[in-house]
Ligand binder design. Structure first.
Ligand code: FHN
Length: 492
């Protein structure tokens, strides 16, 4: 197995647009530059190759309006929750099998202990809705190979291998339908550490990295086998199950960590199946040169978004995706809200993760933060959903003329005074810093006809004075919101 990676085997993924992430998280580089290059000819043409721009607009419409979704990483790794043999295991929780070099049989022995009786699809979907999220993407199978759904294709799944015997995806699908929210399935198509032949990327933080040797980086003979057999016996049949057994869902298939094993021909076989579902949206991590629909910056907000591409920043609330009992390094609701606003102002979606516990419950700090975000969105959601990116552009920060980033490119230095999104006849200005009575902007490309604060139910008009190409708005002394107050400029 040849693994394609540039530079170091792991990357510290940092916030490109500034201090939105409290600490760097050791996560895999997404290999965007190598895997996501479009190929002029695909062995099997994908929907993105064949549809018209109007068809694409229709297919992507809900996603472009959504702006905020819930990522759920949940599986057997929630049981050890970051500790193995009494030791704390570094790194992200869902990688524990790889990081601690856990043999296949030992890891599979977690399944009979998985009995999340407190799991409630109604509560999770309700939580997402109350947070103002418009879609959910859940790990149907992560790299550990455990299927969180009823699979006839492989017995290592929640219905056959655990005492729980229920299918959470079926319950979530019913609940999402009921509560009117989209559901997507994450599927680790390439890495599978418990199926013979499945790929395994080497994790730089592995405790016993000498046990993870190239070319396979496997640490247990039980992992050896043919990658193509793995795909044909497990991944492709399971993808078929996921695409056909859940009614209107999945709305999204979220692939992950493609390696060079996923040749264009093998990926083409998957694409042929995806093509049977013409409303489906899938991301840029299938591999085999397919670009999919969405860019997926991980743990950062791209400085200028991805003009011309749909995109979604996925992020954790603490420093892990899967539940880790020792990780209490949660970002504040303020940081999370600023991320959402920053992303919306650049035309992207925010896919914010929760990592439920082995009981099925969502950790309390995650619930608290989501509730706070929901409160803000209940007042200010109009300035986020279905908006267009900023008309200004310079408020997010600027590239330094002297400092360089890790890749030697000019470093982006963010500014956290304000952001802006655009509506049909409105400009929304999200003020993080409350200016001393006057908000001034040097240049506005539309004719501004009035101004008010979104939190002000009376819509009291604020005084607007034109100043050359720009304007001044007179604000009250007190900010209506301690995190971000939204000023609305009505435009002709
Ligand atoms: O290795 C995974 C990781 O566990 C997590 O699922 C993230 C989410 O985007 N994706 C991979 C790292 O890029």
């Amino acid at each position: 197995m040849k693994i394609s990676r540039r530079g170091a085997v792991q990357a510290c993924v940092l916030a490109a647009s500034g201090a939105v992430i409290s600490d760097p998280i050791r996560a895999w580089a997404q290999m965007q530059d190598e895997h996501y290059q479009a190929s002029a000819t695909h062995p099997v043409r994908s929907i993105q190759d064949t549809e018209t721009p109007a068809q694409k607009r229709e297919r992507m419409a809900w996603f472009r309006e959504a702006r905020f979704g819930m990522f759920i990483h949940w599986g057997l790794y929630a049981i050890p929750a970051g500790r193995w043999d009494g030791e704390k295991v570094p790194g992200i929780g869902e990688w524990i099998m790889n990081t601690a070099s856990i043999p296949v049989a030992e890891y599979k022995a977690l399944a009979p202990k998985f009995n999340p009786t407190q799991f409630s699809a109604a509560k999770i979907v309700g939580l997402a809705k109350s947070a103002g999220m418009k879609y959910i993407v859940i790990t149907s199978k992560h790299h550990d190979g455990f299927a969180l759904f009823d699979s006839k294709a492989d017995p290592f799944n929640i219905v056959q291998a655990t005492p729980f015997k229920r299918d959470p995806l079926r319950e979530l699908a019913a609940e999402c339908q009921k509560q009117g929210i989209k559901l997507g399935f994450y599927y680790s198509q390439d890495q599978d550490w418990t199926a013979p032949g499945g790929a395994a990327l080497p994790y730089g933080g592995a405790l016993k990295s000498r046990e993870h040797m190239p070319p396979t980086y496997h640490w247990d003979r039980a992992q050896d086998g043919s990658y193509s057999d793995y795909l044909h016996r497990k991944a492709i049949p399971q993808l078929r199950e996921l695409l056909t057994n859940y009614g209107d869902y999945p709305a999204i298939v979220w692939f992950d960590t493609p390696t060079k094993d996923m040749t264009p021909a093998l990926a083409g076989e998957i694409v042929a199946i995806l093509n049977e579902h013409p409303k489906l949206i899938w991301n840029n991590r299938l591999g085999g040169s397919y670009m999919g629909d969405t860019e997926t910056p991980e743990q950062y907000v791209p400085a200028q978004g991805f003009p011309g591409r749909d995109w979604e920043s996925c992020m954790t609330m603490n420093d892990t995706w899967g539940y880790k009992r020792d990780d209490t390094n949660f970002k504040s609701a303020e940081i999370l809200l600023r991320n959402l606003i920053d992303i919306a102002s650049k035309g992207g979606n925010y896919l914010l993760n929760i990592g439920p516990m082995p009981t099925g419950e969502v950790p309390a700090p995650e619930i608290e933060r989501l509730r706070e975000m929901g409160k803000w969105l209940a007042v200010n959601g109009e300035s986020i959903y279905a908006t267009q990116p900023t008309l200004f552009g310079t408020e997010a920060g600027a590239f330094s003329t002297t400092e360089k980033d890790d890749n030697g490119n000019p470093k982006f230095v963010p500014s956290w005074k304000w952001r802006s999104t655009t509506g049909h006849d409105k400009i929304y200005v999200h003020l993080f810093e409350w200016p001393a009575t006057i908000f001034h902007v040097a240049k506005v490309s539309r004719d501004v006809t009035g101004a008010y604060l979104l939190a002000d139910k009376a819509r009291s008009r604020l005084k607007v004075t034109k100043r050359g190409d720009g304007l001044d708005v007179e604000l009250p002394r007190q900010a209506p919101d301690p995190i971000a107050s939204v000023l609305v400029l009505t435009t002709a």
